[in-house]
Write a protein that binds this ligand. Structure first.
Ligand SMILES: Nc1ncnc2c1ncn2[C@@H]1O[C@H](COP(=O)(O)OP(=O)(O)OP(=O)(O)O)[C@@H](O)[C@H]1O
Length: 279
């Protein structure tokens, strides 16, 4: 595969702790089906890497292995040198990997602020129980976390919604709350599963601007699954294309979009990766 040189802007902004993520010959089999077949990719520190491919290509399976939800059949995933394939999801999160989901997974009845506080749970020392019991150490710690939640909400542009139950917010804002909640984990690498799915044109552009800001301002590495090729071309330094579990191309977006195998894989999908019934 091609070497993943960080985007110049990314290299400048890369967080000193941003680790390299190296996926090496990752294979996942479900009974008779090979969902991932020796897939390799590298997310360079501080870069934005997009994982694309038609329906059923193996993108979600890859995310699920990276975040510890699925077990790999073979191959390895290393984050800054630490092997992740045998670790449980909470251990992987503790190493600084956060993710968002394709379908919104917020607590609709809780306020935005409380949803974000749940995102900080892993970082609490005394735990919110002692805060609830009004112990002084717990109260101080809770205040510190609430301040950080406000900062992250401002960064993502949702501070005016902090007191609102998340379920009452428009869809596009809920996607931002999800992003903010993942950032509340203070990750070093962020996995985003279709961050603009279901958004209108203006919301997509606004989210693209926010993601650029997240990368530049926080110096994180980002790996995103995305169907919207415009979004990928606009944002990604490097793209990996999967089809039927195999990596069929990788490289900068412009080169990947011209790749004959990629064009062939996307034919019959209307260009958006959605395979029709007959394909
Ligand atoms: N838990 C599972 N058990 C059995 N098969 C699975 C499981 N998860 C995924 N698969 C199969 O693995 C293949 C890859 O699926 P996956 O969801 O990873 O693709 P995808 O690229 O994310 O697709 P989409 O764009 O539709 O989300 C598919 O054939 C799918 O049916």
């Amino acid at each position: 595969m091609s070497a993943t040189a960080p985007h110049p802007e990314a290299a400048e902004a890369a967080h000193p702790d941003a680790p390299e993520l190296v996926v090496d010959r990752l294979t996942v089999r479900f009974a008779g089906l090979t969902a991932l077949d020796e897939v390799s990719l590298t997310v360079a520190p501080g870069s934005l890497h997009a994982l694309i491919g038609p329906n059923g290509a193996g993108k979600s399976t890859c995310f699920n292995v990276l975040s510890g939800v699925y077990r790999a059949t073979s191959g390895s995933v290393r984050l800054g040198g630490t092997e992740l394939t045998s670790l449980a999801p909470h251990r992987i999160a503790a190493l600084g990997m956060a993710r968002t989901f394709q379908n919104i997974a917020l607590s609709g009845r809780l306020s935005t602020a409380d949803n974000l506080m749940l995102g900080r749970h892993r970082l609490t020392r005394t735990g919110f129980v002692s805060a609830g019991l009004r112990l002084p150490g717990g109260r101080r710690e809770e205040r510190r976390h609430r301040d950080r939640v406000r900062e992250i909400a401002e960064f993502v542009g949702i501070e005016e919604h902090l007191a609102t139950p998340a379920g009452l917010l428009p869809y596009g804002v809920q996607k931002r709350v999800e992003l903010a909640r993942a950032l509340c984990l203070e990750p070093r690498i962020l996995l985003l599963d279709e961050p603009v799915a279901g958004m209108n044109g203006a919301e997509r552009l606004a989210m693209a601007a926010t993601l650029r800001q997240v990368r530049a301002g926080l110096g994180l590495s980002l790996l995103l699954v995305e169907h919207d090729m415009d979004m990928v071309a606009r944002l990604a330094d490097e793209v990996t294309v999967l089809d039927f579990g195999r990596r069929i191309a990788s490289g900068p977006p412009a080169a990947v979009q011209r790749d004959p195998e990629v064009i062939r894989a996307y034919l019959g999908t209307g260009g958006n990766g959605e395979r029709s019934e007959s394909t």
